[in-house]
Design a protein around this ligand. Structure first.
Ligand code: 16G
Ligand code: MG
Length: 542
């Protein structure tokens, strides 16, 4: 390690005085103008991680669904997974080190994790379409190269595409070819093969309108379209040519406001979906003939996909266990439907993909989705081998189902939730089962719910347990929530400190929208009073 070079280079990426940032649920995230030094340092850290794991590491520059002025960075581990939790601490230490201590903090980390500094390092980089992303990714490259690491800069990519590249590179191409064409070909081939079995009544079934949040999804889905045009015709909206990123559009906007994005022409009963700014989330929706908006979120997606997988598993007659993983935000009706109708075990973890992903790895087939539309399906190696073997056998019902499962394995981005790959799976399932979006929506009815935010002086005064469903601190808050919940029918409420914003989130559901709104409001007040609320008191009425 050339420490002189490091000192010289880091002077170009000075840390602003007094700025403290935390590697949160999905990496660092804040206003773009505060991130240059963090990018440089994450380049350094990626080199250490690469040396330690003797693998290619990914660095993604994006702030996902957050406003265009924000940016962020996260590291991708060798199998396309989120950075290991113990390294999140190293990331935070390194990002917050004062300039004059940078060297020693870096050496400290190398010692702690026992990095062989002579090992080669390889880092791949991707970025979203934010105006600040190009320059920030240059700072990452600067960090990698100053420590002698090799870089491949993919330029513009969706977050899941970068995860895919990392996974491909660390499995010597077995998972797929580590190029965008490789990604397009792998997914499209599986999609076209899978839907080839579907009976398609009329062209309408093959049409889908996609709101791309004015983000990277537009570019990449646009490139990919011709690869699967046989099976599906997509029409892109909010493609970045006019509007602003994530502004009144995208999956997060649609989910939180429960209304259609701007910039999309919706006719009644037409199937539409929205990606978020880096294309790792997706939600579906339609407007009925009376003009009512219907949202089909991550829970509805998990339900559709689990039922389909369960049927195929029964068909092949192998004892593969399926588990569904959700978070506390999952609508109570979805959990009930999964357990009672689909008859699959459901588990709840803390918010954040890494927690769901980890739990889903315990099953032969692990389906995980957050209500916000982030999720995928993981197949264990053993399940995959069994399925592939069966698919090779003589043509019969069993091998046909196995062949379909094989396509599903190829279609899902096994590294992480992916809006493009989820979209293709959903479209395939709808086509194969001959379901309209209305029929899918009618599988169960969501309990009315409401999410609110409360500002407090320090959100860390709240700590939770039981996958964030119970508060342990501050004293008295859980008791207050319990008392409020008792006042309403079919009700449930929880609060948790956000991992990405300086606020506390409140969730409530109940038998009517009025009750859900009123419960959410009352719980917000309790948080405000018992957890050090600041600014204006929560208001009722929405
Ligand atoms: C991040 C997470 C997402 C989670 C959200 C919660 C990843 C890749 N993304 O966007 O899964 O739902 O944070 O945000 O893990 P919150 O803590 O502010 O509610
Ligand atoms: Mg995202």
């Amino acid at each position: 390690m050339d420490l002189d070079a490091l000192t010289k280079r880091s002077a170009f990426h000075a840390k602003p005085d007094g700025l403290i940032l935390q590697y949160g649920t999905a990496g660092f995230r804040t206003k773009a103008e505060h991130l240059d030094h963090v990018m440089f340092r994450m380049g350094l850290l990626a080199v250490l991680r690469s040396k330690q794991t003797k693998s290619t590491i990914g660095v993604m520059v994006t702030a996902s669904h957050n406003p265009e002025e924000d940016n962020g960075v996260k590291l991708v581990d060798p199998l396309g997974e989120m950075l290991a939790p113990s390294w999140e601490e190293h990331a935070t230490c390194l990002a917050n080190a004062e300039d004059q201590n940078l060297q020693s903090v870096l050496m400290d980390i190398s010692e702690k994790v026992a990095v062989n500094l002579h090992q080669d390092a390889f880092v791949v980089i991707g970025r979203d379409t934010r105006p600040s992303s190009e320059k920030l990714s240059q700072s990452v490259i600067d960090g990698v190269t100053v420590l002698g690491g090799q870089v491949h800069d993919y330029g513009l990519l969706t977050t899941p595409q970068l995860h895919y590249m990392v996974y491909c590179r660390n499995t010597s191409g077995q998972y797929g070819e580590a190029t965008t064409e490789g990604y397009y070909e792998k997914l499209s081939k599986a999609f076209v093969e899978l839907t080839g079995q579907a009976f398609c009544s009329g062209d309408d079934h093959r049409k889908l309108k996609v709101d791309c949040a004015n983000g990277i999804g537009a570019l990449k889905l646009g490139e990919m379209k011709p690869y699967f045009s046989q099976g599906l015709s997509v029409q892109l909206f909010n493609d970045g040519s006019g509007g602003k990123l994530n502004y009144f559009c995208g999956a997060d906007f649609v989910k939180t406001h429960q209304k259609p994005p701007q910039g999309i022409e919706m006719k009644s009963n037409e199937r539409c979906c929205s990606f978020d700014g880096d294309a790792d989330r997706i939600v579906y929706y339609y407007q009925d003939v009376d003009g009512h908006f219907h949202l089909l979120d991550g829970d509805k997606i998990a339900t559709l996909i689990s039922s389909f997988l369960k049927e195929l598993v029964l068909e092949i007659g192998e004892s593969l266990n399926i588990g569904v993983v959700q978070t506390a935000y999952a609508n109570g009706s979805s959990t009930r439907y999964l357990e009672e109708v689909v008859k699959v075990p459901v588990y709840c973890t803390k918010t954040g993909v890494k927690h769901l992903h980890h739990k889903a790895q315990e099953f032969d087939i692990g389906v995980y989705f957050e209500a916000n539309g982030h999720g995928t399906v993981l197949f264990s190696k053993a399940a995959e081998t069994k399925i592939k073997q069966l698919a090779k056998e003589l043509e019969d019902k069993k091998s046909k189902a196995a062949k379909m499962l094989e396509n599903v394995i190829d279609l899902f981005n096994q590294a992480t939730g992916d809006a493009i790959s989820d979209m293709l799976v959903i479209e395939a399932v709808l086509a194969l089962k001959g379901l309209t979006i209305q029929q899918w929506d009618a599988l169960y009815t969501d309990l009315p719910n409401r999410q609110l935010k409360v500002k407090v002086a320090d959100r860390q005064v709240i700590s939770t347990t039981d996958a964030e469903r119970q508060v342990v601190k501050p004293p008295g808050l859980q008791e207050a929530i319990n008392d409020l919940v008792k006042k309403y029918k079919l009700s449930r409420a929880f609060v948790r400190p956000s991992g990405t914003e300086d606020i506390v989130r409140v969730y409530a559901e109940a038998d009517s929208q009025e009750s859900a709104d009123s419960l959410a409001y009352e719980v917000s007040l309790a948080v405000f009073q018992l957890a050090g609320g600041v600014g204006e008191r929560p208001q009722s009425g929405f």
